[in-house]
Structure formats: structure tokens, C-alpha cells
Design a protein around this ligand. Structure first.
Ligand SMILES: Cc1cc2nc3c(=O)[nH]c(=O)nc-3n(C[C@H](O)[C@H](O)[C@H](O)COP(=O)(O)OP(=O)(O)OC[C@H]3O[C@@H](n4cnc5c(N)ncnc54)[C@H](O)[C@@H]3O)c2cc1C
Ligand SMILES: CSCCC(=O)C(=O)O
Length: 534
């Protein structure tokens, strides 16, 4: 998802949330963001209501049989929800475990990728690596499933004022703390806007009252001087200290004076600030205690192990008119299962390759989902130097290096060891790493990360595991970009005979488990309605 797309989507999300559209919405959003009292806007009475608890129940019961293809979040949810209403479901999952892209790696786990690289994770007890999903927003239905299934959650630190920003291409030789970068960018932007406002440049847009309110907002927002000092930004303790204030007369030592305005803009640090405004990325965010795969584990337990066939690769789907026949390969043998209905919850680009009799239009539609690559590496360290030496407790360092993001753990604070996500990248950067051996990926990630963190980034490293989603069998990608509104996309929202489709790719929350959950609910509702109608 590009920054541009993300900010457009975020804006739309906000407007949807306040229940307004168009000009009034835009005005409210701007005023809200500026902390101004929306006197004119107050009459709009927006519904500032959070999405409510979203539990799901089907009304009425059925004993029909359903074969579910794929044991990712969508497949598991399908079987779980139908099972609550009496259906007899069987899940066929090609991998040796459920969860699909929801994958947590622990010590002893073994994975072999499409290039034949086998990794055995050497992580210590209690250390885990979320190779796929890592965070959940509060409004997401994923939170409701955690509650319903009894999966404990804890805060995931998605934003940290003490994490770093490092833009090598802008000539930075040292990383800068988020708090420092923000103080300088907000300060200078406020200074410029205050000057323009005070000089009358915005008079066509502002009333006298607006102007005064804007100036007062900018003074506190940017920590800038007043009119007598021409609104100048000269630095603030928001930048941080090189020695923090202490006892008695120790006032602390401020972290120097800000670089010149032009240098601050040239460093391009501001490009990362909009991330935390995203409706899907804003704090607080959450994670299941003990690893993201606690969610598929709990779903699988609720569905019942006897209903799940692992290492079962679907090889054919035939709609026989009154039933659906599915062939699959398990333990070197071809088997067959027949059910009243089928829900196909495989990645669309893989389902497109499964022989079926659902029509060429279905194949073409399934094959029309562009796939994005993504990769992550988990680096286990023998000490938590990022906490003790750098005072970073969770959160994300942003870079313009090909490793993109570095994540610090949001669990196990002050523990003995810990796991840092040494890269989380997508697109061309992810493909550059996925083309390497696991050893080469680790070397590349460590030599880059050491530019930010120093020697301990290498010397304290114990073991690593990297995951390349485009090279993962039965997934072959991280997520897709659906062509919303096309005939092909809409075709797959309908059943093809007795076969329904589900997965995050049939939602407007692709790349989020939320999308997989709601798409499964949608398929389940549609199937159940048909069964109830008799
Ligand atoms: C790197 C990364 C980061 C992410 N970050 C987040 C995040 O922070 N938060 C969040 O909520 N979501 C995140 N997501 C998205 C989330 O993982 C997905 O939206 C969700 O897991 C998709 O579930 P699904 O059931 O639709 O698909 P999948 O998980 O793709 O499930 C499809 C299943 O089909 C199986 N399969 C494939 N072929 C066959 C076959 N022939 N026969 C039988 N089975 C087969 C697969 O093995 C798999 O289990 C992330 C994903 C990735 C890759
Ligand atoms: C680029 S956002 C999609 C992946 C995701 O859900 C996440 O990492 O938060």
C-alpha cells in the first residue's frame, strides 16, 4: 500500500467514522486535528461513537456438510461459525499447521521454502517471532475473536518517541530520535504557517477570529515564539536531552539546538509521521500474549482437531449439482471428500490453479489479483541492549534502507533475551531479500542495522530466522490488491454453484486478519441463508 493510498484511505476512514462526508467532513477533520473548537461545525453533531462489540451468530441450525479449503483465518472462521450453527465441517489444509499467513516461529520450528532453503529456528524458550501478522487495531473484529476465544492480549507498541529515524539517502550519518525529528519538523512548519498567517497571506481563507485561533494553536503545536520573536522556532525540550534533568539544581542538558530549517526538510524525516495517523495503525494497537498464532490455535481448538486434515493439498473441485466433490493429496495418496457445500479459502492466485468445473470466468477472476511480496527476519539477542543502552521499549525504527522497518519487542521488557525484527519490507525490497540464502539475508540485515545501532547489533546476536512470503509454499505472496468494483471481483462475492469463496482478498481490509474474518462471516451468512431458505 503506498503512503498516498494509505493516507487517502485513512481520511476516508475518519470521515466514515464521524458519519459525515464531503466539505463538512473535511472541515471537521482539519479542525479536529488542529484542536480548534468547531463552533460552526458543532451543529453537524457527528456520531463520535466507537464501533461496538461485534459478535456473530447465525440464526437457526443445520446439519449440512461443508468442506472448507484452507486452514488460514478465513477457513478456520468459516468452520468455527458454521460449527456453532450445527454444520459438519471438514477443513483441508496443505501445510503441516493451521494459520496460513498467521505464522509464529518458535525454537525447533522447521520451514523449507520453494527454493529448498530449510531453516530450523534456534530461538530460546519464550522467544517467538511473528513472521506474518504482528499487530491489531482496537476496532478490528480480530479483537472480538480474541475475547470470544479467550486469547489474552497485550499492547503492541506501534509508535515510540524514542525509536530512531535513519535516512541514509538524505545524507544522515547518525540516526535521530522520533521525538527530536518531530519537534523540529512541527516547529519549523508552525513557524512558516504562523508567519504566513500573521503577514496576511491567508486572509482570503481566514476570518480575523480564525487567524487568532490558528496562531494560538501553532504556538503550542510547534513550541514557537510569539509575534515579538516573529514566531521563530529555536528548539524546545521536546527534542530531548543529552543529560536528563535530575535532583537539586541539575536542570539537564538539552539535546543541542535544531539544525537549520532547510537541513531539517532535506533530511526528509517527516515522511514517517503520517503512519501513526492511519485508522489502521494508530495506537493503541494490540497483540496476543505469546504469539499471534494463539488466534488460529484457539480457533482450531474450538473447531475440533478431528475436523481438520493437515498436509492435505487440495487438487480438484467438482460441483456435482447436488454436492461438491473435492480431491486432495495427503501422505502421498489421493483422497476424495464429498459435502453439500464448499468454502474455498485459499489465496486466489493458488485457487486459480486448482482444476475445477466452476467455469473459465471464475478462473480468470481468481487469477486477477496482483500479489505483493513481503519478508521479515527475527534476530534473537542475548541481551536487551536496545532497552538498557538505547532506552527503547518497543516500537519501530523507520529507515530508507532496504530493510525498511526494525521492530523492537513489545513483550518481555527487562528480560534476559529478546527478539528484534531486523527487517520488514515489501515489494522490490522484499524480493531482493527473498532471492538470498537465509545466511545472506541475515548478513545484509545485520550490516545495515548496525549503522543505526552500533556494534552490539552484530556482537549480541545469537540466532535468526527469516521468512520470505513470496517463496512460501501454498501462499506465494504476502497479500493481494483486489480490483474492487470489477465484474471479476464481484463474481467471486457470489457462490459458483455450491462453492463459496472467502479470504482477506474478498474484503476492503486486505493484509489484515480483520479482512479474513469478515469475508468468512459474509460467505457463511450467504451459505446459511440459502440453506435456511431450503
Ligand atoms: C508479512 C505480513 C504481515 C501482516 N501483518 C498483519 C498484521 O499486523 N495484522 C493483521 O491483522 N494482519 C496482518 N497480515 C495479514 C493476515 O496475515 C492475513 O490477512 C490473514 O492471515 C489472511 O487469512 P486468510 O485465511 O484469508 O488467508 P491465508 O492465511 O493465506 O490462508 C490460506 C490457507 O490456504 C492454504 N492452502 C493453500 N493452497 C492450498 C491447497 N492447495 N490445499 C489446501 N490448502 C491450501 C494455505 O496453506 C493457508 O493456510 C499480515 C500478513 C503478512 C504476510
Ligand atoms: C502495509 S500494511 C499491511 C500489513 C499489515 O497489516 C501490517 O503490517 O500492519
Amino acid at each position: 500500500m503506498s503512503d498516498q493510498t494509505q493516507s487517502t484511505v485513512s481520511r476516508r476512514g475518519f470521515l466514515r467514522a464521524v458519519g459525515v462526508s464531503g466539505g463538512a467532513g473535511a472541515m471537521l477533520a482539519t479542525m479536529g486535528a488542529m484542536g480548534l473548537a468547531p463552533s460552526a461545525a458543532a451543529s453537524v453533531t457527528p456520531a463520535f461513537r466507537a464501533p461496538e462489540r461485534s459478535d456473530f451468530t447465525l440464526t437457526g441450525r443445520s446439519g449440512a456438510s461443508v468442506v472448507v479449503l484452507g486452514g488460514g483465518i478465513a477457513g478456520l472462521t468459516t468452520a468455527y461459525e458454521l460449527g456453532k450453527a450445527g454444520y459438519h465441517c471438514t477443513i483441508l489444509e496443505a501445510r503441516h499447521r493451521v494459520g496460513g499467513r498467521n505464522l509464529t516461529i518458535r525454537g525447533g520450528d522447521v520451514e523449507t521454502d520453494l527454493d529448498g532453503h530449510t531453516q530450523r529456528a534456534g530461538f530460546s524458550d519464550g522467544v517467538y517471532f511473528n513472521a506474518g501478522p504482528g499487530r491489531i487495531a482496537q476496532w478490528m473484529v480480530t479483537m472480538d475473536y480474541c475475547r470470544e476465544l479467550g486469547v489474552p492480549i497485550e499492547v503492541f507498541t506501534n509508535q515510540n518517541a524514542d525509536a530512531w529515524i535513519y535516512n541514509e539517502s538524505a545524507g544522515m550519518t547518525e540516526p535521530i530520535r522520533y521525538r527530536t525529528a518531530k519537534a523540529d519538523v512541527y516547529g519549523y512548519v508552525s513557524e512558516l504557517l504562523a508567519k504566513a498567517t500573521d503577514q496576511g497571506a491567508l486572509d482570503a481563507r481566514l476570518t480575523t477570529e480564525d487567524r487568532d485561533r490558528l496562531l494560538s494553536f501553532l504556538q503550542s503545536f510547534g513550541a514557537i515564539g510569539g509575534r515579538t520573536s516573529d514566531w521563530a522556532y529555536t528548539g524546545t525540550n521536546r527534542r530531548g536531552f543529552s543529560a536528563y534533568p535530575g535532583a537539586g539544581n541539575e536542570v539537564g542538558t538539552l539535546l543541542g539546538t535544531p539544525p537549520a530549517l532547510s537541513d531539517v526538510f532535506a533530511s526528509n524525516v517527516g515522511r514517517y509521521f503520517s503512519f501513526e495517523f492511519g485508522y489502521d495503525q494508530a495506537m493503541l494497537m494490540f497483540q496476543p500474549v505469546g504469539g499471534m498464532d494463539q488466534i488460529p490455535r484457539a480457533l482450531a481448538k474450538a473447531v475440533g482437531g478431528h475436523r481438520i486434515r493437515l498436509n492435505a493439498e487440495v487438487t480438484g473441485v467438482t460441483d456435482r449439482g447436488s454436492q461438491v466433490e473435492v480431491t486432495y493429496r495427503q501422505g502421498g495418496r489421493q483422497s476424495q471428500i464429498t459435502a453439500d457445500y464448499c468454502v474455498a479459502a485459499l489465496p486466489p492466485h493458488l485457487m486459480a490453479r486448482v482444476p475445477h468445473n466452476l467455469g473459465a470466468g471464475v478462473t480468470a477472476a481468481l487469477a486477477d489479483f496482483p500479489v505483493t511480496a513481503a519478508g521479515k527476519i527475527g534476530l534473537e539477542y542475548r541481551s536487551r541492549w536496545w532497552e538498557t543502552d538505547q532506552r527503547i521499549y518497543g516500537g519501530i525504527t523507520e529507515t530508507d534502507l532496504d530493510l525498511s522497518h526494525i521492530w523492537y519487542p513489545s513483550y518481555g521488557f527487562h528480560g534476559k533475551r529478546g527478539l528484534v525484527v531486523g527487517y520488514y519490507n515489501t515489494g522490490a525490497n522484499a524480493r531482493a531479500y527473498s532471492g538470498l540464502t537465509p545466511e545472506q539475508r541475515r548478513e545484509r540485515a545485520v550490516s545495515q542495522g548496525a549503522k543505526i545501532h552500533g556494534d552490539k547489533y552484530r556482537s549480541e546476536l545469537v540466532t535468526s530466522y527469516s521468512h520470505a512470503w513470496d517463496r512460501t509454499r501454498y501462499l506465494e505472496g504476502a497479500w493481494t490488491s483486489p480490483r474492487y468494483g470489477t465484474a471479476g471481483y464481484n463474481l467471486l462475492l457470489q457462490p459458483a454453484g455450491r462453492v463459496y469463496f472467502a479470504g482477506d482478498w474478498l474484503s476492503h481490509e486486505v493484509a489484515w486478519q480483520h479482512g479474513a474474518f469478515v469475508a468468512a462471516r459474509s460467505a457463511v451468512s450467504s451459505l446459511h441463508q440459502r440453506v435456511m431458505a431450503g
